[in-house]
Design a binder for this molecule. Structure first.
Ligand SMILES: Nc1ncnc2c1ncn2[C@@H]1O[C@H](COP(=O)(O)OP(=O)(O)OP(=O)(O)O)[C@@H](O)[C@H]1O
Ligand SMILES: [Mg+2]
Length: 361
């Protein structure tokens, strides 16, 4: 196990800045997930940690030792990629123990480490099979096994589950979690899937265009997103937004949206005149019969455009007059496009972001 420190790390590819001003301290045994849209610099950051890419400026240290100039094989890390790249002509045991044999460890130690990893991953019965005789999930487990046997200080994973179908991905996600609970090795895990990030991480690093937008626990980034970018990236279906200016109407504070729809805000800490994105999540919108919201709530009305029954809930896409809004409903009522509906939302579930900077207010 080890601490990992990235300090002001930057990566240029010619004139393209792939990573900028990346500073992060990862604790001993911590499971940190980098998440963000395609091209935001996740893999590049991971590859710099692994030593597969040079750092343009800044420094990286593992366990207190600067590794900028240390060869990948001497960094004591193990990396698992999306394409597991197993040797097709070697069986599972040989694939898993390949690195140890290359290091010429004693035969008994190779055997005990490989069997231990196989036991952790439930691969004991498959040790004699070749990759061609394994399912996708089993191959992925062998790739993880190859990393585990090395007993590295740090695990690096780059989208290790993205080749698997949805069901298997879910199963392997749970296995990743169990694995980390057992070996407790410091782990950096890259994905563009926010659900994977939320479910696996001790802390999530949300990246956008080469920069860190926010670092926090899953709970923090969901409840207190630092920017509109984070707010719209974390959560599914995504957060809804209404854009406009905070103003006063009579004695009430309202959001005058740019399309003219006025939303009464029961209470609001944002000063008058400020232009904002008002954000609210689908799961916090409660379908109501009355237009008048109870104390401490706001009311939003919409016209249903799409109804998506999911069994345990129904997702309603509506035209809110100021834009599209998506709400969730857990009940037995049936809806039709064209129906008008009313949602109530608790004011402490509302998020305000500055219109020009996107930063949380
Ligand atoms: N070898 C390279 N040469 C030039 N540009 C590169 C190179 N590798 C990556 N880039 C650029 O750096 C940026 C970050 O790429 P990176 O692979 O880190 O993104 P990512 O977040 O891992 O995306 P994805 O989710 O698609 O894997 C992108 O703009 C990419 O085009
Ligand atoms: Mg990538």
């Amino acid at each position: 196990m080890a601490e990992v420190m990235l300090d002001g790390v930057r990566k240029l590819f010619g004139s393209v800045t792939a990573v900028e001003d990346f500073t992060l301290s990862i604790g001993n045994g911590e499971f940190v997930v980098f998440v963000g849209p395609s091209g935001c610099g996740k893999s590049t950051t991971l590859r710099m940690l692994a030593g597969l890419e040079d750092v343009s400026s800044g420094s990286i240290s593992i366990d207190g030792r600067a590794v900028n100039n240390i060869h990948p094989k001497d960094r004591d890390i193990a990396m698992v990629f999306q394409n597991y790249a197993l040797y097709p002509h070697l069986n599972v045991f040989e694939n898993m123990s390949f690195g140890l044999r290359a290091k010429r460890l004693p035969r008994l130690e190779i055997e005990s480490r490989t069997h231990e990893a196989a036991e952790i991953l439930g691969l004991e019965d498959l040790l004699k099979r070749r990759p061609g005789e394994l399912s996708g999930g089993q191959k992925q487990r062998v790739a993880m096994g190859r990393a585990i046997v090395r007993q590295p200080k740090v695990f690096l994973f780059d989208e290790p589950l993205s080749n698997l179908d949805a069901k298997l991905r879910h199963k392997m996600r749970a296995e990743m979690k169990l694995l980390h609970q057992r070996v407790q090795t410091t782990t950096v895990y890259v994905t563009h899937d926010q659900v994977e990030a939320m479910t696996l991480a001790d802390r999530i690093v949300i990246m956008n265009e080469g920069r860190i937008e926010q670092v926090g626990t899953p709970d923090e980034v969901y409840k207190q997103p630092a920017s509109q970018f984070v707010a719209s990236f974390i959560g599914s279906p995504a957060m809804n937004f209404a854009t406009g200016e905070i103003s006063n109407s009579g004695r009430k504070t309202v959001l005058e949206t740019d399309s003219g729809v006025v939303i009464a805000l029961a209470s609001c800490h944002v000063p008058q005149g400020r232009r904002v994105h008002l954000g609210f999540r689908p799961e916090h919108m409660h379908l109501a019969d009355a237009a008048k919201p109870p104390k401490g709530h706001i009311s939003i009305s919409g016209n249903i455009t799409v109804v998506e029954p999911m069994g345990h809930e129904t997702v309603l896409t509506c035209d809110g007059g100021f834009g599209e809004i998506v709400g969730k409903y857990e009940g037995d009522k049936h809806f039709r496009p064209g129906e008008s509906v009313q949602f109530h939302i608790r004011t402490d579930r509302l998020h305000y972001f500055d219109l020009s900077t996107g930063i949380r207010i």
